[in-house]
Design a protein around this ligand. Structure first.
Ligand SMILES: [Zn+2]
Length: 714
């Protein structure tokens, strides 16, 4: 799963404030326009290494990985996915990575024994829950396994059907305003654009007292209304089905039965009834071809204009006369999953590492999601491993992680993060996530703002494989209203992929990135080798370019003289978050943000002091004393992000500890979540308490940044 697409840009654009002037004024930045964190001499070495990386990356090799990874369906818990875990581990060893290990976690992964949907009145129609075979693409004839949504409840109900558009709370409010009761009925809803996590639809339906939920893909959003459909074009054909899980992992990520600790074999489990993230409603995904007869059979009021889809008739909302029988029978098994890790050991500080992660498990073949990212990662491991064997090693380590069961509850990354929390907090420099590396040619990144500069500088140096100029140039052409490259990465991080544990639970700065494009076959059987090689990325150009993007970024973080974190920009962005909060009409007179603004200003001035001290130190001649000071400053800088963690978490969600970010239940980004949620509820005493927490954390971050400057001896 991966949902960054169009989600990151939910914040209104706010003109640069006074903190930006500090950023621009800092001599450090002018000094280091070429490569943040490097002296001129080390930048020259770094450029030579990166040029070699670029030369050695091979599209043929990437394509061969991709072909093998997508040859068969490989969901979490299957034999095939374990074979692929062994394959990844064997490649890591062959390429010379060190400390290659496979970690087993036993996690809740219920599989279906039976899934059935049929309309019983006014006519009889049995949903096929199957996708069509296309002769051009023999893989579509392979058995894709049963069609279901991960973590659906079990049950057997026959009830009246209602159509509830996207299944948002406001949609149900409208139905009730029309006198349509929901209690005990079955709702049919659409997948949404912009993306809204299906687990939020399930929770909303559960709260409204519905007996079951059907979620279908309307052609208005990812089918013929968008463009040509598979196998001619990239959009979803009539029978395509979006699988996925509905875990309430916006409450807590990872295995629902081991909240906050690793699911090692034999670890204690809580009762399923006590698990916050366990859905309690029967939920099934469908194609629009299966949904159409049921929607056509609905009587009752005509659906509002915005609820009409692209099927050729007027949608009505019911209830009745359509009556539907839904049966889901899931086992309740715990199954083993496997996380593979391997490291290119650094020469100077081998314990410190940049972490690169991608999940391996797919709903079916996983063309875009996630095997494009797995191929990207394997190709990068191959080349960095070969360079390391020749003695061209980074100063600090680069750790590759191959996650499992991301599609279920962000499981493998979360369990590993909980397993190695102390080491991650003591040593991780950044986490770079690539889930879907490629569904097209448009680079997108969402990042903690301290990493914006390293992101944009890295893609500035990667040639766009199909257009003139760099990846940064192409990104800029799609961001013409931005003030400059530092505005291209979005800074509002929600959830929906493996960076969640690192950002929200462990306080590691993260980057999430992909090459995006028209893609209407997400989590269906058609997300496969044929789709990628004919429609998404023929020739594996962008998939291989992503290896270069990640590789350059990882090498810069691993080799920099000082970590290339841009705290001045980060403080500016947090200033914007606070401005947006203060601009909410309800906040005036209720919530005083002066202290939070003051703390942000303290941080900005500490960041300016740090930048200037770094510039001076880097300009000084190299000496053991200078190296020691830089090392101390680096360690202090690396710890800054962790000062945003609050032990008790955000109210009601103790696992989400970062005070700047949490996902909304839709996975959309929410910044300053503790305050925002209290404001949404009109709970002003809680909002005041939460802004005090935020202010204290910002002051701690300012102090930590100041400590980094002081470590440089000024
Ligand atoms: Zn994914």
């Amino acid at each position: 799963m991966h949902v960054s697409r169009s989600l990151g840009r939910t914040l209104p654009f706010i003109a640069l404030g006074s903190f930006a002037l500090l950023t621009i004024a800092a001599g450090w930045q002018q000094h280091q326009t070429l490569m943040r964190g490097f002296t001129a001499a080390s930048a020259a070495r770094e450029r030579a290494l990166e040029a070699e990386l670029s030369r050695r990356l091979s599209r043929d090799s990437t394509g061969a990985f991709f072909k093998y990874l997508t040859a068969e369906p490989h969901p979490a818990g299957t034999v095939r996915n374990k074979i692929l875990a062994d394959f990844v581990a064997a490649r890591f060893r062959q390429y010379g990575l060190e400390d290659v290990r496979m970690h087993r976690y036993d996690v809740l992964l219920p599989w279906p024994r039976e899934v059935k949907v049929e309309m019983t009145a006014p006519t009889h129609y049995v949903a096929t829950l199957k996708e069509d075979v296309f002769p051009q693409d023999p893989q579509t004839a392979q058995d894709a396994g049963p069609t279901y949504l991960g973590m659906s409840a079990s049950g057997d109900v026959t009830r009246e059907l209602v159509y509830a558009s996207s299944g948002n709370p406001s949609d149900y409010d409208w139905l009730e305003s029309q006198g349509i009761s929901l209690q005990g009925k079955i709702a049919i809803v659409r997948y949404s654009v912009p993306y809204s996590y299906r687990g939020f639809k399930a929770l909303t339906a559960q709260k409204r007292g519905l007996a079951a939920l059907l979620i279908y893909s309307d052609p208005a959003q990812d089918g013929f209304a968008k463009g040509d459909t598979f196998p001619v074009g990239p959009w979803g054909p009539s029978s395509h089905i979006q699988r996925g899980s509905i875990t309430y992992d916006f409450m807590i990520a990872g295995d629902p039965l081991t909240p906050g600790y690793a699911s090692l074999p034999g670890a204690p489990r809580i009762k399923a009834d006590d698990a916050l993230s366990m859905p309690k409603i029967i939920t099934v995904p469908m194609s629009y071809r299966d949904a159409e007869p049921m929607l056509r059979a609905l009587g009752g009021p005509e659906a509002p204009k915005e609820w009409q889809g692209a099927l050729g008739f007027r949608y009505h909302v019911g209830g009745g006369p359509a009556t539907v029988h839904v049966k889901v029978d899931m086992d309740s098994a715990t199954r083993p999953i496997y996380v593979v890790e391997g490291r290119i050991r650094g020469t100077e500080e081998p314990n410190k590492y940049v972490l690169l992660g991608n999940h391996r498990d797919a709903w079916v073949f996983g063309g875009v999601d996630p095997s494009s990212g797995t191929a990207t990662q394997l190709e990068l491991a191959r080349v960095l491993g070969a360079m390391a064997k020749e003695g061209k090693r980074p100063k600090r380590s680069i750790v590759f992680a191959d996650w499992d069961a991301e599609e279920w509850h962000l499981t493998g990354s979360t369990e590993w993060g909980e397993n190695f929390a102390d080491d991650v907090k003591a040593n991780a420099i950044a986490y770079l996530n690539v889930d879907e590396s490629t569904s097209g040619s448009n680079f997108e990144a969402t990042a903690v703002a301290s990493l914006n500069d390293v992101v944009t500088q890295s893609v500035r140096d990667v040639k766009d494989p199909a257009r003139p100029g760099s990846v940064l140039d192409a990104w800029g052409r799609r961001n013409e209203n931005a003030h400059g490259p530092l505005d291209y990465p979005a800074n509002a991080l929600g959830s929906g992929s493996d960076y969640t544990v690192f950002l929200n639970f462990l306080g590691v700065p993260v980057v999430e990135m992909d090459f995006d494009g028209p893609y209407g076959v997400y989590h269906s059987v058609y997300d496969d080798y044929y789709w990628m090689t004919h429609l998404g990325d023929p020739g594996f150009k962008y998939m291989t370019a992503m290896s270069e993007v990640c590789g350059r970024m990882a090498m810069r973080l691993a080799n920099a003289d000082v970590y290339p974190y841009d705290f001045a920009l980060y403080a500016n962005r947090v200033g914007r978050f606070i401005d947006s909060l203060a601009a909410r009409p309800s906040v005036a007179g209720q919530l005083d943000v002066t202290a939070a603004r003051g703390a942000t200003a303290h941080w900005a001035s500490a960041a300016a002091a740090l930048d200037s001290a770094l510039a001076t130190t880097l300009a000084a001649p190299n000496s053991p004393a200078r190296s020691a000071r830089l090392r101390a400053a680096n360690e202090a800088m690396r710890a800054v992000e962790q000062h945003f963690l609050n032990d008790s978490g955000i109210p009601g969600r103790p696992w989400f500890k970062h005070v700047l970010y949490a996902p909304k239940y839709t996975y959309a980004a929410m910044v300053l979540p503790g305050v925002e949620e209290a404001v949404d509820q009109g709970n002003w005493s809680l909002a005041r308490e939460q802004i005090a927490v935020l202010t204290a954390k910002l002051e701690a971050v300012a102090a930590a940044t100041r400590a980094a400057a002081n470590a440089l001896g000024r």
